[in-house]
Design a binder for this molecule. Structure first.
Ligand code: ADP
Ligand code: MG
Length: 248
């Protein structure tokens, strides 16, 4: 089954295109990386797929249905700076937000919702922090909470925007193991990622963008010096890094 289908997507801010003419189909049951330089339109692409930004042109489908009609099946972890960490809310409340799509408008969380929140906090090893205010967490702990919230939603499709920025190595490994567990349940996970060193280890498939789609395919096929040069504009420092990566 196709998890995400994008046809001719263009998104502009104040008449300036951020992503342009992007078409691609993503099959379910894979971990897909989205890479490209700063300002390439990676976050914009995700937000457009989620219907958080209006598309100028394009047709967006999630599991074969218009994107905005299938959001119940989608979890989203935004880039960290887009979240108000001073908001007075505790850890368990953030994770409970993941259950909202399952709770009716006037309803209250059920016993099962609380059970799920607790078990997800356990999964990310944050059970002892259930009543801690989120502003008092470290970067790694904040990201674990976001992951617990996404898991609590029990979705089929996950979007993570630079989830490992400002996160300790132990958390990165723990989170990536949870992502692999999701994949083993045939879930689809898209991850914006900037550390090219982990690309071959992490992703089955890779989307390389710089406003337009530069390449999309199996990581082994598209993670080549030529395509990376095309994506990053051939800046020497990056190229040197790439040559190093290819040797490892
Ligand atoms: P990336 O996530 O790859 O770093 P973004 O999708 O955030 O890139 O941004 C793509 C382009 O769109 C950049 O040039 C950025 O400056 C611009 N942009 C992003 N968000 C906005 C916004 N809210 N208003 C105007 N321009 C924006
Ligand atoms: Mg971004």
């Amino acid at each position: 089954m196709t998890a995400v289908s994008i046809k001719n997507l263009t998104v502009t801010y104040h008449k300036k295109p951020a992503v342009k003419g992007i078409s691609l189909d993503i099959d379910e049951g894979a971990i897909i990386g989205i890479v490209g330089p700063n300002g390439a339109g990676k976050s914009t692409l995700i937000k457009a797929i989620l219907g958080l930004l209006p598309a100028d042109t394009g047709e967006l489908k999630i599991f074969g249905i218009k994107n905005t009609d299938s959001l119940k099946r989608v979890s989203y972890i935004p880039q960290k700076e887009q979240f108000d960490w001073d908001f007075p809310i505790d850890v368990s409340e953030v994770v409970m937000m993941g259950r909202y799509p399952h709770i009716s408008f006037f309803g209250r969380p059920s016993g099962r919702d609380y059970e799920i929140v607790n078990s997800m906090l356990d999964k990310v090893e944050m059970k002892n922090y259930a009543h801690t205010q989120i502003r008092n967490l470290s970067g790694g702990q904040q990201q674990r909470i976001f992951v617990a919230r996404a898991l609590a939603q029990e979705s089929d499709l996950y979007f993570l925007d630079e989830p490992f920025v400002g996160v300790d190595a132990k958390t990165e490994t723990a989170v990536f193991n949870l992502i692999k567990e999701l994949k083993s349940q045939n879930k689809t996970i898209l991850i914006v990622h900037h550390d090219l060193g982990k690309v071959r280890e992490y992703f089955d498939k890779l989307i390389l963008i710089n406003q337009t789609l530069i390449a999309y395919g199996n990581t082994d096929d598209v993670f080549t010096p030529e395509i990376i040069q095309k994506t990053y504009g051939g800046r020497l420092t990056i190229l040197q890094k790439v040559e190093q990566l290819m040797k490892d």
